[in-house]
Design a protein around this ligand. Structure first.
Ligand SMILES: Nc1ncnc2c1ncn2[C@@H]1O[C@H](COP(=O)(O)OP(=O)(O)OP(=O)(O)O)[C@@H](O)[C@H]1O
Length: 436
């Protein structure tokens, strides 16, 4: 798999397309990514010695921490997984230990590679899918003449809505992974059944249009060398995987609170479990073993109460790069509405554009929206840029509902609309908690 080798400066400028501000965090992840490329250039012996400098992101909720990590992963074509550290403190997660992080990351990597490789065999697969569609329409024993006639009709798109019966092979098995079973493991019966059922071929009735997609995917998978794909996916996970560990501050807390609390795994226990993964260990998965030494971990938390120094010392040492992200100001919120490549405002304009409605957000409306969002964040709870989504949804509820009947209209959204439709709600204390 070809991995792009951007310079740190280029990485930051790519991230700038989607994320407003937070320059320190952007620089830190850019360096981390470039270091992977640098490491790959080193001779064998030295290459093994260089461990990733994992990152600790400190900043309030909704200010772009996950978004930066996710965009970085996309840019680097890295398998990416976000997990909340707190989920390992919950009752019921006894069997799904922290090593499941690595197992899940491998699945992400396999799916990523499979999607990519399917494209290589697409033409062949579409051809085979077409042959199966013809067989499903006229029967395998039909004459070559009949088959050719139907093939032509298929290509002309004349049969798209016709329903056919098909025997579809199993989908890639999901769930039911028992490679992590240890004595005392709690088996999730539903997961197991789902895993088994997915392997059984199923007879289904589908339209030609839907069946074509299924069949092409199935035929592509037949053409892929699954063993090679799995090996490559594991190597890719080991060298390029990125794990985003959210809420790490919530598992701070030393042994004074240790032990099992009402069946919960102690918070320090979770840190101890995470440590080997971050330090480098070998995890067995149903696809083979995975070494975690060079997986990049980005831990993150608000650290309102706990401090990074409350983490286990060994864990602190493994998260040497610290970056602080700032809370979002009113002006940041305004820019987030307008500037990123797929900003919320652009999304709404495009969505309503499909109805033939031209939405025109006036500058004063954008200012008013940002001001209102910042105000609610101050007064109710600071949820960062996430506030923009709820406020906007409320503002555009009426337009969204009626847009289908307003083809051809141009609708201007003004500061007065923000004042009339959303601001009154924001002023009603309790109501704003539920609605905005
Ligand atoms: N600085 C920013 N620029 C652009 N969009 C942002 C920014 N901050 C947040 N957002 C948007 O807000 C949403 C939430 O952000 P994100 O998921 O990154 O939060 P977070 O900081 O990781 O918070 P948490 O720790 O609670 O998960 C995303 O849709 C993201 O695109």
């Amino acid at each position: 798999m070809d991995i792009p080798n951007y310079s740190p400066r280029e990485i930051v400028s790519e991230l700038d397309r989607f994320i407003i501000g937070q320059n320190d965090a952007k620089r830190a992840v850019a360096i981390a990514l470039r270091n992977r490329w640098r490491r790959a250039q080193l001779p064998d012996g030295l290459r093994d010695e260089v461990v990733p400098k994992n990152i600790l992101m400190i900043g309030p909720t909704g200010c772009g921490k996950t978004e930066i990590a996710r965009r970085l992963a996309k840019l680097a074509q890295s398998p990416f997984l976000k997990v909340e550290a707190t989920k390992f403190t919950e009752v019921g997660y006894v069997g799904r230990d922290v090593e499941s992080i690595v197992r899940d990351l491998v699945e992400v990597s396999i799916n990523m590679l499979r999607d990519l490789k399917r494209k290589d065999v697409q033409v062949k697969a579409e051809h085979a899918a077409e042959a199966r569609l013809v067989d499903a329409l006229v029967g395998e024993k039909a004459s070559a003449d009949t088959k050719s006639k139907f093939r032509q009709m298929l290509r002309n798109g004349e049969l798209e809505d016709k329903e056919i019966d098909l025997q579809l092979a199993s989908e890639a098995p999901q769930g039911g992974d028992m490679s992590n079973m240890t004595p005392g493991t709690v088996i999730n019966f539903n997961d197991m059944m789902k895993g088994l059922m997915n392997r059984v071929p199923q007879r289904r009735r589908l339209t030609v249009a839907a069946a074509r997609e299924h069949l092409a995917r199935e035929e592509a998978d037949k053409l892929l060398d699954n063993d090679a794909l799995t090996r490559e996916a594991i190597a890719h996970t080991q060298e390029h995987g990125i794990v985003f560990l959210d809420e790490i501050d919530k598992v701070c807390g030393r042994s004074s609170e240790g032990g099992m609390r009402g069946g919960d795994v102690s918070r320090e226990g979770v840190q101890r479990d995470l440590l080997p993964l971050i330090e480098g260990t070998t995890v067995s998965t149903k696809h083979g073993t995975v070494k975690t030494d060079h997986i990049l971990f980005i831990a993150s938390g608000a650290f309102h109460i706990a401090k990074p120094s409350d983490l286990l010392p060994e864990l602190q040492g493994r998260l040497p790069i610290r970056v602080e992200l700032s809370g979002l100001s009113r002006d940041d919120l305004r820019r987030i509405l307008q500037e990123p490549e797929h900003s919320l405002l652009k999304q709404y304009v495009s969505l309503l554009g499909t109805e033939g409605v031209t939405l025109d957000f006036q500058d004063d409306a954008v200012e008013a929206l940002a001001e209102l969002a910042a105000d609610i964040n101050d007064r109710v709870e600071n949820i960062g840029a996430r506030r923009l989504a709820t406020v906007l949804e409320r503002l555009l509820e009426e337009v969204s509902f009626t847009a289908s009947d307003r083809n051809g209209e141009k609708i201007a959204i003004t500061a007065a609309d923000v004042r009339d439709r959303v601001a009154p709600l924001a002023n009603k204390g309790d109501l704003s908690r539920f609605i905005l």
